[in-house]
Design a protein around this ligand. Structure first.
Ligand SMILES: Cc1cc2nc3c(=O)[nH]c(=O)nc-3n(C[C@H](O)[C@H](O)[C@H](O)COP(=O)(O)OP(=O)(O)OC[C@H]3O[C@@H](n4cnc5c(N)ncnc54)[C@H](O)[C@@H]3O)c2cc1C
Length: 496
């Protein structure tokens, strides 16, 4: 969709910034796809079932979500996420494949006009992930309402392995979903550069002006195939932030972090491997971090017999460590990394307060070429490819490395908002992060507490898994429907 040609006078009820699973799921609900309790639908939770029965003539979008959420517990801190997950995939935590009690009706008359903006094709972060890794979640946890991922994969004659799918398959599923559900007309490619509140003269209305840049074939050099960026501007009553948090890699903030052998992206490991710069004779790669991307880097290097050091701040038994939260049976390779971290820990020489580490190849154990440094932090990187770690009690260890991968998470890029959106965070004094400092929203509407008319979903509100971010879409769509209903009633009352 060309945005630069759009009539600047148009006012959209909703503009969604971000076209990953969050933006796609919200677009589905805003496009008239409406969830009801199916006449034959039953939910394993009898209390929830009786609440749903009471208002079965109403769609879920018209019901009191706070009331339905009461008493429900699940693996998310967002109550509507737990509710919607429990309705879409009842009891899936127990490995059960219970049918959803919901039925979806397409009711175009209920649709809310909206626009979803994204930098690339629909699918968000999934287009940027490494192509061959297995995903973390069970495949049905990654799917969006109305199109079974497994059915789609079978249709494509892809092998459904181990109930899981690759990022490339998931990205392709999300793109297909947008086409199959007829959502394409609401999607446009464009990078948002500014969102600000504007006040209209007539009626004293307050709106959001969303500005950005869209690429189009160069009109000056038509034949060259070159592209140019053209500014656009759209006005909206409500803006939804669904931009994810994978834009800016987190940094350690230590000396030497800018040296060329220190990288903050999994891709650079791939590039070094493809370019033949790393092999089993190289100095070790140092992986810093104990999240899933760090685990993927450990697996990739270890798989190619490239020696690897692995440093992280927590202890291996820390309950906050993601590996201690994942069922072992479902995620065998991450369990393997946890085993490596536990079984092949660096053994310091107690006599020394500082030491130079020998190569991981000299460590005997099941995972040759790997050594972990739990409860260690990086002090500095030196130009001669040495890295200084500090362990408990201040003991320092110097490592000779070929490359360092600092994979300790990422921050969202909300540079298009005043003060990068910080005033809207739970703690406005700190940078916004998915886990520690998400945006402060009403739990049942996902509307910003500080900025009415601004909503947020997905990792920006601490919801990092596709399974749960769908709840944000339900909360926002319900609130938008409520606002529109109230507006209609007010305008009818004024006419009368
Ligand atoms: C390595 C890795 C593995 C993961 N594995 C899993 C897994 O197994 N299961 C799971 O549930 N989750 C997993 N996740 C998390 C998953 O990525 C998120 O749950 C999900 O993608 C978040 O969806 P989203 O739509 O909110 O944001 P994203 O998918 O991040 O999409 C946001 C989109 O917003 C757009 N955007 C950003 N800024 C702008 C702007 N200024 N203007 C216009 N558009 C903009 C971008 O185009 C971007 O694509 C993984 C993440 C990583 C990094």
């Amino acid at each position: 969709m060309d945005l630069y040609d759009k009539d600047a006078g148009d006012i959209l009820p909703v503009v969604v910034i971000g076209n990953g699973p969050s933006g796609i799921c919200l677009s589905y609900l805003l496009s008239g796809y409406t969830p009801y309790l199916s006449p034959e639908g039953t939910h394993p939770n009898p209390i929830l079932q009786s609440k749903l029965d009471r208002n079965s003539h109403l769609s879920l979008l018209e019901q009191d979500l706070e009331y339905l959420c009461e008493g429900l517990e699940g693996r998310s801190d967002n109550p509507v996420a737990v509710l919607f997950d429990s309705l879409l995939l009842p009891d899936s935590d127990f490995g059960l494949d219970c049918a959803s009690p919901l039925t979806w009706r397409y009711e175009p008359s209920r649709a809310t006009p909206h626009l979803v903006l994204g930098k690339g094709p629909p699918g968000g972060a999934w287009h940027a992930m490494e192509g061959s890794m297995l995903t973390l979640s069970l495949a049905n946890w990654m799917e969006l309402p109305g199109l079974k991922l497994k059915d789609w994969m079978r249709e494509k004659r892809r092998n459904v392995r181990n109930d899981r799918a690759t990022p490339a398959e998931i990205a392709s599923y999300y793109q297909h979903y947008v086409t199959q559900m007829g959502l394409e007309r609401n999607f446009a490619c464009g990078t948002v550069t500014s969102v600000q509140r504007v006040h209209l003269q007539e009626g004293g209305r307050s709106l959001w002006e969303v500005q950005g840049l869209q690429k189009r074939p160069s009109v000056v050099e038509e034949e060259s195939g070159e592209e140019e960026e053209v500014p656009f501007s759209v006005f909206a009553e409500n803006v939804v932030l669904a931009t994810g948090t994978h834009d800016i890699p987190a940094r350690l903030g230590v000396e030497g972090e800018g040296l060329p052998f220190v990288s903050h992206s999994f891709w650079e490991l791939e590039a070094a491997i493809s370019a033949g710069k790393l092999d089993d004779t190289s100095d070790p790669v140092l992986v810093v971090g104990a999240g899933l991307t760090a685990a993927d880097a450990v697996l990739a290097t270890h798989h190619l017999s490239i020696p690897v050091y692995h440093a992280f701040r927590r202890s291996v038994a820390d309950p906050g460590l993601i590996f201690n939260q994942l069922p072992k049976v479902l995620y065998p390779e991450y369990h393997k990394v946890h085993q490596m971290m536990t079984q092949q820990q660096h053994q310091p020489n107690d006599a020394l307060s500082s030491s130079v580490e020998s190569s991981p190849a000299s460590y005997n154990g099941s995972y040759s070429g790997y050594v972990s440094f739990p409860r260690h932090r990086v002090l500095s990187f030196r130009p001669d490819r040495k890295c200084v770690l500090q362990g408990e009690g201040g003991r320092q260890t110097v490592l000779q490395v070929s490359m360092v991968l600092v994979l300790i998470g990422a921050h969202p890029n909300l540079s298009f908002l005043p003060e990068e959106g910080r005033p809207m965070a739970l703690n406005p004094g700190e940078p916004i992060t998915c886990r520690r400092n998400p945006l402060d929203v009403d739990p049942f509407t996902h509307e910003s507490v500080q900025q009415p008319g601004m909503y947020a979903m997905g990792p920006l509100v601490g919801e990092n898994f596709v399974r749960f971010l769908k709840g944000g879409a339900l909360a926002i769509a319900s609130d938008v429907v409520r606002k529109r209903r109230e507006k209609e009633l007010t305008s009818k009352a004024t006419v009368a």
